[in-house]
Design a protein around this ligand. Structure first.
Ligand code: C2E
Ligand code: CA
Length: 246
């Protein structure tokens, strides 16, 4: 297993404010690189997601320490959480706190992304953990927002700090006034509720400009860069610092 990092760009400053951690698996005998969409659901079924999830947390903390020691200008990472981690690994928060301490990090340096469907379906089962995470100073984001439930009413009830608009809202946004209106309204409502909005899957300059006009706070997507290995990520930051992001 290895990790990739995809930058999230602040639309106001043009700077990288954090990165999403995305796992990769290389199986040398038969399959080669296996996409997480394929192996994460299997790992969720057979329980291996618990060990994988802990490994992602520990590696992410080591990476943040390495970046701090080497003056790499990104101090926060967003980690994807699987429903099963919260359900079947009740001590994962303590494990994560230990990783933070070992590496001299603060809770403000980790964010967690949880899918919309899970947050709604299993809210009562995970509410205590989510409340504890926020009390400890971690940020929570609703992932893939806009595909599962169209009702926005529950947004005000969930203990979260922001929403990540699903790629499907962005893909055809240039040609769809309906999508533009949805993104504008989700963004307005989220801001009224003091939530940040991240657009993911932004692939073109046109989409990027539109997303900025519609008021989103952060942008992630191939337009800026694909998920990168650690060394390439650091080189990308160097390149941005020398060129400036648009
Ligand atoms: P996700 O959390 O929705 O992650 C976004 C996916 O969109 C990533 O796919 C990313 O590489 C891809 N992406 C980013 N920008 C663009 C773009 O501009 N266009 C397009 N078409 N795609 C873009 P990836 O890396 O294959 O990950 C797939 C899913 O696997 C993730 O979806 C997440 O649910 C899961 N996953 C990845 N890493 C982890 C992990 O460490 N733990 C858990 N539990 N799940 C993970
Ligand atoms: Ca995610």
């Amino acid at each position: 297993m290895s990790l990739r990092f995809q930058p999230k760009i602040d639309t106001k400053t043009g700077q990288v404010f954090s990165a999403e951690v995305l796992i990769r698996w290389y199986e040398p005998k038969k399959h080669g690189w296996v996409a997480p969409d394929h192996f994460i659901p299997i790992a969720e079924c057979d329980g291996q997601i618990i060990a994988i999830g802990r490994w992602v947390i520990s590696q992410s903390c080591k990476t943040l320490k390495y970046w701090a020691d080497n003056h790499i200008g990104v101090r926060a990472l967003a980690i994807n959480l699987s429903a099963r981690q919260l359900k079947d690994d009740p001590e994962w928060i303590d494990y994560m706190l230990e990783c933070l301490t070992i590496n001299g990090l603060e809770s403000s340096q980790l964010m967690f992304e949880l899918t919309e469907t899970y947050l709604i379906d299993d809210f009562s089962a995970c509410e205590q953990q989510l409340v504890r995470l926020r009390e400890l100073g971690f940020k929570l984001l609703i992932d893939d927002f806009g595909v599962g439930y169209s009702s926005l009413g529950y947004l005000s009830k969930l203990p979260v700090d922001g929403v990540k608009l699903d790629k499907s809202l962005i893909t055809n946004i240039e040609s769809s006034l309906a999508m533009q209106s949805m993104v504008r309204n989700i963004t307005r409502m989220s801001h009224d509720l003091n939530l940040k909005v991240i657009a993911e899957g932004v692939e073109t300059a046109f989409q990027c400009e539109l997303i900025k006009k519609l008021g989103c706070d952060y942008i992630q997507g191939y337009y800026y860069c694909k998920p990168l290995e650690q060394d390439d990520f650091c080189r990308y930051l160097d390149h941005l610092n020398s060129q400036g992001v648009q």
